[in-house]
Design a binder for this molecule. Structure first.
Ligand code: CP3
Length: 343
């Protein structure tokens, strides 16, 4: 069957005359309409678990900017919550979870198959989006990769250099490995349910992959992601998968081959020319403009967008930022970015 959606064509390896585009965190606080819906929901988790409102904020940036993909509005930390962790968000600070310091905390978690009742509202959001999205817009589901999710579950919050997670990995390898395996199994379950509800592509966010070095990178950034992708593709033949091993640096090279990902998302610490030569040779890449440019805009933003499009023009490319768009970004700059990319 011939693919018509531009994102799916790029993910299948096609070099398009101009790249399709979406932005990480495209539904978020930089948009006044997001802030209004979030206020209506009361708090961030209520917004995630109220399907009509979560679908509404997913659609807002599609209506305003006409992106080629919508990403399900949810959070990578909903899965730990479904596994039995406590989760709350401290205003202005970020997420807080109950912690994991040893095997006794592991025993309190649920099994990978037991997450679906808790996550049913998320699947309902996907079903609504499937109905409501324009025919040309691709729907992306997502989850966190095991290392990044484990780093929050262990420390109970974001931590500099993920020190508590490294400590558990180095001092209680069995507990750490069991946690990674549980998250990987639950992630297959979660993403598979998103696909059955209507997600056409899934993305794995490994925001803290960059703090894994040497053999640790192979064991905990590559191996669990490879297993998740293999199991998802066995259940859903042909499902395209985007992997985002943020700040992987030299490890970006070969990442798609090692994991089976159809597309590697690049952060803005790697040069586009290097990535075109070393990463795009294996297939589609996504990225990688500095999110700060969406705050400052102007000719610097326009020139950099054109440079990135040019650098990746000889292979399959999805235009995106190197990380999420920030709350201080100017929506007018996004409008201008779309004009530059679409010509
Ligand atoms: O990209 C999208 O638009 C889809 C929605 C999405 C959110 N979080 C919504 C969100 C996605 C894909 C995520 C992923 C996520 N969540 C990651 C991985 C990607 C990355 O950015 O590195 C991580 C590490 C988290 C955990 C998380 N969620 C943190 C650390 C925070 C607090 C920081 C912040 O920006 O406030 C969140 C909250 C969060 N997740 C918000 C949004 C829109 C802000 C919540 C609000 O409205 O106050």
């Amino acid at each position: 069957m011939r693919l018509t959606k531009t994102i799916l064509r790029a993910l299948a390896g096609e070099t398009l005359p101009r790249p399709p585009v979406w932005l990480m965190r495209q539904a978020g606080r930089y948009l006044p309409e997001y802030r209004a819906t979030r206020a209506q929901a009361g708090d961030f988790l209520k917004l995630c678990y109220t399907p009509d409102l979560a679908a509404e904020v997913t659609l807002q940036p599609i209506r305003r900017f006409g992106f080629d993909a919508a990403i399900l509005f949810a959070d990578i930390l909903l899965l730990p919550q479904a596994l039995g962790a406590d989760l709350w968000f401290e205003t202005g600070e970020g997420p807080r979870l109950s912690t994991i310091s040893g095997v006794q905390d592991m025993r309190r978690l649920k099994g990978a198959q037991d997450i679906h009742d808790h996550l049913a509202p998320i699947y309902e959001t996907v079903r609504i989006l499937k109905r409501e999205l324009p025919a040309e817009t691709t729907l992306i589901g997502f989850a966190g990769a095991p290392w990044t999710v484990a780093s929050y579950m262990i420390a109970g919050r974001g931590t500099p250099a993920q020190a508590p997670a490294h400590k558990l990995k180095d001092e209680d390898r069995a507990t750490f490995a069991a946690l990674i395996d549980l998250i990987a199994d639950a992630t297959v379950e979660y993403l598979s349910a998103q696909v059955m509800a209507g997600a056409e592509v899934v993305k794995l966010f490994d925001s803290w992959a960059g703090s894994l070095k040497g053999q640790d990178f192979a064991d905990f950034a590559l191996a669990p992601v490879a297993r998740i992708i293999a199991e998802l593709k066995a259940r859903h033949p042909g499902l395209p998968v985007i992997a985002f091993p943020r700040e992987a640096g030299a490890h970006y090279k070969g990442f798609a081959r090692a994991t089976g990902a159809d597309c590697v998302a690049l952060d803005n610490s790697v040069s586009a020319d290097w990535a075109a030569a070393e990463v795009q040779v294996d297939g589609c890449v996504q990225g990688n403009m500095d999110p700060k440019l969406m705050v400052t805009g102007g000719t610097a933003m326009e020139a950099e967008a054109r440079r990135i499009v040019q650098a990746f023009a000889r292979g399959p490319h999805i235009f995106n930022l190197g990380h999420g768009i920030t709350p201080d970004a100017d929506p007018e700059n996004v409008t201008r970015l779309m004009e530059v990319i679409r010509g």
